[in-house]
Design a protein around this ligand. Sequence first.
Ligand code: PHE
Length: 342
Amino acid sequence: MADLDTTLRELAQRFEAAIAAARDEHALDEVRIRFLGRTGELTVVRRGIGALPPAERPTAGKVINVAADAMEARLAAARASLERASIDASLSDSIDVTFSGPPARRGMLHPVRAVMADVAHYFSQHGFAIVLGPEIETDANNFDALNIPPDHPAREGFDSFYLRPDLLLRTHTSPMQVRAMRASGPPIAVIVPGKAYRRDAVDARHLYQFHQVEGLMVGPGIHFGHLKGLLTGMMRELFGPAQDIRFRPSFFPFTEPSAEVDVSCPGCGGAGCRTCSGSGWIEIGGSGMVHPNVLRSVGYDPDGVTGWAFGCGLERIAMKKYDVNDIREFVENKPAFLEQLA
Ligand code: PHE
């Protein structure tokens, strides 16, 4: 028994020295194998029990078990302190825990959304309903019902994305005039904000996906003056009482007479620049008195009611409002650009 105690004491000293020398987890694994593994030092001592007189074997077994438990506990403790040390080391290397974090970013409305909301607000104050329509339209609604028959040259003007011979991505929000009038009889006053699509080459003033807001008012005695007054009011609300607006005679198959709506250019204030192609004005939409053929196509009586419609590009309005002279900025999603407008 005295022999065994000595053996274990010496073994414990070697074990302790090995633990103290172990610098990482891998070294600790090796210590474990060296002492407690299948051919480890303590395992060899345990195997020696068989050579002892039978009376001494139980006590010897217990003493060895106690030593083995103590060694396992010591290994676990050493492993834990290595882990702590490595966490501490990595923290002090790369993290200054006293450093304040980056400020949280506030969300905001996209400038096109903000203009859409302003326009919708203005018209809802004047009693207009806000309605939304599908971006995939029948060519019957997008063209035929708007007095643009299949062979009409205006179809070419709207370079369209066709999905099927009879379905396309709407080229304007005007087909909602048709849907809104079919859904309810006159009088009607609606605003339709939404996306429209055209196969336009992208440049400083064109995107192939853009936003429009359509306005439509039909009833007995509605005339061009109502349109002019409301559109002028809307632009002055958006841009201030001094905003210049120009109605320029134009042509649309679904309105007669027709007028283009221009606002003075944000890039140059009217002097002429790249944004406005030198004219000093930016066209933001079309308008006019609803063509009798359109009223007929939805079952309204053109002898009983008249109406006007307009369709404005929301990006164009946002460019004007936020002094942006390249429409592509709105879809590039650069945080610096958007935050500057927030
Ligand atoms: N839909 C026309 C366009 O996109 C604009 C418009 C709307 C013109 C309503 C007249 C009346 O160009």
